[in-house]
Each structure stands twice: as structure tokens, then as C-alpha cells.
Design a protein around this ligand. Structure first.
Ligand SMILES: Cc1cc2nc3c(=O)[nH]c(=O)nc-3n(C[C@H](O)[C@H](O)[C@H](O)COP(=O)(O)OP(=O)(O)OC[C@H]3O[C@@H](n4cnc5c(N)ncnc54)[C@H](O)[C@@H]3O)c2cc1C
Length: 432
């Protein structure tokens, strides 16, 4: 049996490893053009900042491919010939498969504004994006970072760290409303301003202005006020889109947004073809169908896809949600159900029926804790400004613990006790 995996990211690598664990003799080929070795995409910012060498972000030693007997095909795929059961590489070479996994990830959502096409407008998703930004980001320069999500704040941080003047443009009326409520976002906004970022909330971009066609950006014009934010470069961090353009015309069913449609077992509509990771459209707990653009879900999907490719009965379902990140040096851990408080049109969203929240801001520190309750049971955590281990938090949600029990045991889920004060309930804590 010949397995071919398009993509050398976490979904592709986890699939390859899981296949090898179960089948010692199968031919397994990994195809990609980005980098010779599997690396951690979430660590790109540390590579840009010079805090880690790219090699240090590689989760496995470089002997892995040989040791596992993986064939490594270096090349960009330009088409899928489903009838001929082969991938077509740039230059025309073909890579034949019996079973194929598409794990081709995502790319930066292209900037949609007039003036976006041309030099000096950047995304930050791939190694090529990093190299382009690295070449153009000069200390003393001016950057406008557009898009109030996790990648936007990382790019704002690394550009500031390099010595650029950074303006951060966020369309919503507070930063990252998908994950933070107004109180938490105010804390993060304050923190970004303390780090010298010029944060503009509720600001839509109208246009990227250039000196002339083909010249570099000179400003980003805001829609509401007409203000021109002077810049030498703009970073567009308004999300990612599936990296599937080259699959058009292959007969593969794609969603409106370009994600590869998969069944519960991660099979596509084409015989012998599966998909996993950022590029795959999967069913969410609420029944909607979207990709899950996260590291750990790509890993889990890779493992599930391998089992499915080996003939097991598989039903991929994401476990209870968790994530962690940081906003500059403010740590953030979330686990379970945390309701979104702002709609896409910037209007407040009412709290779902029966949901209450315990919240406290820790005095004198940029830190808060929010615990979400359904009835008396704890169903979610949003922890800002200190480090938490998501595993006990998830355990307590699954055990359907009540608030007093959780508050008593919370210190057990804390990391870094030697650096951060131990969790304590503050007199200002409230349930609402
Ligand atoms: C800056 C940044 C920070 C992030 N931080 C976090 C975080 O903190 N937590 C979190 O959970 N997630 C984070 N993510 C998201 C996470 O990195 C992705 O969800 C995850 O990497 C997806 O893995 P994947 O294997 O599906 O795709 P990818 O890692 O994108 O791998 C895709 C592979 O396909 C190859 N490929 C694609 N098209 C072709 C082609 N035509 N020809 C040949 N090869 C091709 C690529 O070269 C690559 O090897 C972050 C992402 C970015 C960009």
C-alpha cells in the first residue's frame, strides 16, 4: 500500500506517524515545499524575533524521516489527478498514491482593500511570509497591523520588538471579541498601549495608499474618520483561508470558503482521498461546518485520518475546547464553554439562557479570572495574565464540578507558582 501525504505540518506528520505505528512496511511519502523538516508554525514569531532558530522549533530530530522510512518529496503540488491517482508537481513530475491525505493547511486571508496588491503588504502564516516581513521590517520604520486576533497581536509584538512604530487597527469595538469580554479586552488593550502600541479600536480600513502604482505603501486610510495612518509596511492579519486553490478542477468537493469537505471519518468525496487539519471542513459541536484552524485539532484529525485510512471505523469529534496564547507577556488560557459577548456587527450578544459568570480582576496586576456556570456547574474558564494547566480545568468540567469546589482547588491548576502569586478569591469577585 502506498500512502501519500500532502503537507509536512502537524496534521500530515501525525498521520504519517500513526500509519507507521500500525503498518511497518507501507510506503509512506510526505510532500511539501515549505521546509525540509516538520516545524512548529505557532513558534514563527519567536523565529522572527531571533529568540529561537528555526531548527529549535522542529518537534522531532532530523533523523526521523529516515528512521521511520518516510519518503520525503520536496516540491509544490499544482494539481490533483484523481482519475490517475496522482499528485502533479510543479514541473510536471507525478507522485502516485493508493491512499492520499490532503493536509495542505491554510494561508493568510488576502487583504481585500483597494491598494492591497503590491509590495509592502504582508501576511504572517508561512516561512515565506516570515522571510518577506523580516527583509522589510527595519528598526525606526512604521507599520500598520490590521486584524484583532491572535496572529495580529503576535505581529504587533515582534515588529515593536524590532523597533518599528506600530499602529494596531481592530475593526471590532474591543480586541479579540471571539474570546475576550469587554473587561478582559480592556485589560489587554491597556497592556498593549503600555508596550507602546497605538491601538485603534472600532476602526475599518478603507484603503492602502501608495505613492504610485507598484510603489510601497505610504499610509492606511481609515473608513470612519478618513485618518491616514502613515506607514512603510502593512501587515494584514485578518484570518486564514484554506490553502486549496490548486485543487480547483480536481473534482474534490470544496466549501464556499475553499475548505475540503469531509465526512465524519475525514474522507473526501473522492475515492481514496482524505483530508485533515486547517484545510478540512468538519462539523462543529453546534452543527456548523468550518475548518478548525488550531494546532491540537490538526494533530487529532491527523491521528483520526490515519485510523480511517487503515480501515477503522472513525468518527472524528473535537473534544472539549481549550487553547492558550499570550498577548505580549500576558498569558491566556481558555477551556470549555466561554460565551462570545460581541456580534460580528459590533452589537452586544446576550448571554445564553441559564449561563452565569464568576469574574474577578486581581488588584495591582494585569490579571483576571472568569469562570462560566450553567446552573451550578462550571462549564468554562477564561484566565488572563497568569499561567494555567488546561488539563485539570478540562477534568473539572467533565466531572461537572460546582463553583465552590473549583475555587478551592484552582491553585492546583496554576503553573509558575514561584513567579506568580497563588490564586486567591478577591473581595471584588462577583457572580452575575
Ligand atoms: C503565526 C501563527 C501562530 C499560531 N499560533 C497558534 C497557537 O498558539 N495555538 C494553536 O492551536 N494554533 C496556532 N496556530 C495555528 C496552527 O499553526 C495551525 O492550525 C496548524 O499548523 C495547522 O496544521 P496543518 O498541518 O493543518 O497545516 P500546516 O501547518 O499549514 O501545514 C501545511 C503543509 O502543507 C504544505 N503545502 C500546502 N500546499 C502545498 C502545495 N501546493 N504543495 C506542496 N506543499 C504544500 C505546506 O508546505 C505545509 O507543509 C498559529 C498559526 C500561525 C500562522
Amino acid at each position: 500500500m502506498r500512502y501519500v501525504i500532502l503537507g509536512n505540518g502537524v496534521a500530515g506528520m501525525e498521520t504519517a506517524l500513526a500509519l507507521r505505528r500500525r503498518d511497518e512496511t507501507a510506503s509512506i511519502a510526505l510532500v511539501s515545499a515549505e521546509h525540509d523538516h516538520f516545524f512548529s508554525r505557532p513558534a514563527l514569531m519567536y523565529v522572527f524575533a531571533g529568540q529561537l532558530a528555526l531548527k529549535d522549533t522542529e518537534p522531532y530530530d532530523r533523523g526521523l524521516y529516515e528512521r521511520m522510512g518516510f519518503e520525503r518529496v520536496r516540491g509544490a503540488v499544482t494539481a490533483l489527478d484523481a482519475a490517475g491517482k496522482a499528485l502533479v508537481l510543479e514541473g510536471g513530475a507525478r507522485v502516485a498514491y493508493d491512499r492520499l491525505l490532503l493536509a495542505c493547511g491554510s494561508k493568510a486571508r488576502p487583504a481585500p482593500w483597494p491598494g492591497s496588491d503590491g509590495p509592502g503588504v504582508h501576511g504572517f502564516v508561512t516561512l515565506r511570509d516570515l522571510e518577506r516581513l523580516d527583509a522589510e521590517a527595519k528598526p525606526g520604520g512604521r507599520a500598520v497591523v490590521i486584524g484583532g486576533g491572535l496572529i495580529g497581536v503576535e505581529v504587533a509584538e515582534i515588529l515593536k520588538d524590532r523597533g518599528l512604530h506600530v499602529t494596531f487597527v481592530v475593526r471590532e469595538s474591543w480586541y479579540f471579541p471571539l474570546a475576550l469580554d469587554a473587561r478582559e479586552a480592556a485589560l489587554v488593550g491597556e497592556h498593549m498601549r503600555d508596550h507602546g502600541i497605538d491601538v485603534r479600536l472600532g476602526a475599518n480600513v478603507a484603503e492602502i495608499l501608495r505613492g504610485g502604482a507598484g510603489s510601497r505603501p505610504r499610509a492606511v486610510r481609515l473608513a470612519e474618520t478618513g485618518e491616514e495612518l502613515g506607514c512603510d509596511l502593512a501587515a494584514c492579519c485578518i484570518g486564514v483561508v484554506p490553502n486549496t486553490g490548486f485543487l480547483a478542477g480536481s473534482g474534490l468537493a470544496l466549501s464556499k470558503g475553499g475548505a475540503i469537505e469531509t465526512d465524519d471519518d475525514l474522507r473526501t468525496n473522492l475515492d481514496g482521498v482524505w483530508a485533515a487539519g486547517d484545510c478540512a471542513n468538519v462539523t462543529w459541536a453546534d452543527g456548523s461546518r468550518r475548518p478548525e484552524p488550531l494546532w491540537y485539532t490538526a494533530r487529532d484529525q491527523g491521528r483520526a485520518a490515519a485510523a480511517s485510512m487503515l480501515g477503522d471505523e472513525v468518527r472524528y469529534r473535537r473534544g472539549t475546547w481549550y487553547n492558550s496564547a499570550k498577548f505580549f507577556d500576558l498569558e491566556w488560557t481558555t477551556a470549555g464553554f466561554v460565551p462570545v459577548a460581541l456580534n460580528f456587527d459590533n452589537t452586544p450578544l446576550p448571554r445564553p439562557e441559564g449561563v452565569r459568570e464568576w469574574f474577578q480582576r486581581v488588584p495591582g496586576r494585569p490579571e483576571s479570572q472568569r469562570i462560566v456556570l450553567k446552573g451550578d456547574r462550571v462549564v468554562g474558564f477564561n484566565m488572563l495574565g497568569s499561567r494555567w494547566n488546561h488539563e485539570p480545568l478540562l477534568e473539572w468540567i467533565h466531572e461537572r464540578r460546582e463553583l465552590p469546589w473549583v475555587l478551592k482547588h484552582l491553585p492546583e491548576a496554576q503553573f509558575d507558582e514561584e513567579f506568580a502569586p497563588r490564586f486567591a478569591v478577591q473581595p471584588t469577585a462577583e457572580v452575575a
